[in-house]
Design a protein. Structure first.
Length: 80
């Protein structure tokens, strides 16, 4: 059972409404761009869906990912 659990991604990253599987507890801005297929240098913004606040991410910034949809902070990422 443990082996099959390791095959499934632990997290889902929401980038402009599209969910992407992710296995690590953190993600960098560069990894966000790569995951979504955006070119390097594309501005990325973190949106907290509970408070509707936005934070422009900087290159090299590391974001902690919450577990599973519905259990972690409601955050999505978008291009600037």
């Amino acid at each position: 059972m443990e082996a099959s659990a390791q095959k499934h991604p632990k997290y889902q990253i929401d980038i402009e409404g599209e969910l992407y599987p992710w296995d690590a507890a953190t993600i960098t801005v560069e990894e966000l761009r790569e995951l979504a297929g955006y070119p390097p240098g594309t501005e990325m913004i973190e949106v907290d869906l509970d408070t509707n606040t936005e934070h422009t991410l900087t290159d090299g910034e590391v974001i902690t990912v919450g577990p599973g949809k519905g259990f972690g902070k409601k955050i999505l990422f978008k291009r600037g």
